[in-house]
Ligand binder design. Structure first.
Ligand code: PEP
Ligand code: MN
Length: 338
């Protein structure tokens, strides 16, 4: 349930009403927006008698929220959420470009790619240190050594770093060292991990599960947000369908859907979505055209010898072209690249 207050309602009146509603047994989330103030009610809202609330002179109207996600719901936060990742704002007018290799492989590799993508306009550096691989015999990532190399690349370039967490046991080190903590598709419904990330102070990049509906994805965001961490960024990375030509099927309709349903920023990862390096550029452009807040792109200096996902990684020179074209599309849809 959302209680929309009349324009000009003072802070003390808002607080008094919030107090009254809390005493009725629900959690109250006041949101002071650009144009209006609202109170989002969470919990057993059958305890609240809407006629009594509407009788309050500060109340404009009550909206009943049918969806099970509340904190991630656009009705609770009419304004777009802008998440600050160590100074990089995600979800505002400027698009965010995350680029880097699938996995951190060596000092030379990560520092070279980091320097290249930074020069070409990327805002954040990605690199997997803990890799969720289908086969236990495949390269599993450099783990803690990989994180150290990423930190070194951040020191050299000044770019904040994004890396995937796989185990709740690593929350402390990620909270300390990583600027944006990625939850991969395979862990989208690891509810213990999500709850613990909800108690952590770093923003979370939540990728869509392999076969997750949009509502399931938003419910996973809700797991993080209901624990107090509202700095969640979504990332569409393709879903499983009957098609086998591409690694996954990119669901671009999810972008306008998320924008309508939720206040959260949403990025697109055309690398994992297609699994083919030559499809990354056209789909990156399409993603920006449909309203994504940015991109996550796998870039490798030597894709043929990459230890993971070389087939979908683009070389720095292809990334430079992509950035040039994305800039043009961004302008056409009223966005910009910082
Ligand atoms: C990744 O970004 O490296 C990754 C493993 O992606 P996903 O979880 O979307 O498969
Ligand atoms: Mn990858």
């Amino acid at each position: 349930m959302v209680v929309v207050l009349k324009a000009g309602t003072g802070k003390s009146q808002v607080e008094a009403l919030a107090d009254k509603l809390t005493k009725m047994g629900v959690e109250v989330n006041p949101v002071y927006g650009k144009n209006l103030t609202i109170l989002g009610l969470i919990g057993d809202t059958t305890r609240v008698d809407p006629t009594r609330v509407e009788a309050d002179p500060c109340v404009e109207k009550i909206i009943h929220v049918a969806e099970p996600f509340k904190k991630a719901n656009r009705a609770f936060h009419p304004d777009d959420t802008v998440v600050d990742v160590s100074g990089v704002k995600i979800g505002g007018e400027a698009l965010t470009i995350i680029a880097g290799p699938c996995s951190v492989e060596s000092e030379e590799q990560i520092c070279q790619v980091a320097g290249d993508v930074k020069r070409m306009g990327a805002n954040l550096l990605r690199g997997g240190a803990f890799k969720p691989r289908t086969s236990p015999y495949a390269f599993q990532g450099l783990k803690y050594d990989g994180l150290k190399l990423l930190i070194e690349a951040r020191e050299k370039t000044g770019m904040p770093i994004v890396s995937e967490i796989m185990s709740p046991a690593d929350i402390d080190i990620f909270e300390e060292e990583v600027d944006l903590i990625q939850v991969g598709a395979r862990n989208m419904q690891n509810f213990d991990l999500l709850r613990q990330l909800g108690r952590c102070k770093k923003p979370v990049l939540l990728k869509r599960g392999l076969s997750a509906t949009i509502e399931e994805w938003l419910m996973s965001a809700e797991y993080i947000m209901c624990e107090g961490n509202e700095n969640v960024i979504l990332c569409e990375r393709g879903i499983r369908t009957f098609e086998t030509y591409t690694r996954n099927t990119i669901d671009l309709s999810a972008i306008p859907a998320i924008k309508k349903m939720s206040c959260l920023p949403v990025l697109v990862d055309p690398s994992h979505a297609t699994g083919k390096w030559w499809m990354v550029e056209p789909l990156a452009k399409a993603a920006i055209a449909v309203g994504a807040d940015g991109l996550m792109i796998e870039v490798h200096n030597d894709p043929v010898h990459a230890l993971c996902d070389g087939q979908q990684s683009i070389k720095p020179e292809v990334f430079a072209n992509l950035m040039r074209d994305v800039r043009t599309i961004a302008q056409a849809v009223g966005r910009k690249i910082a």
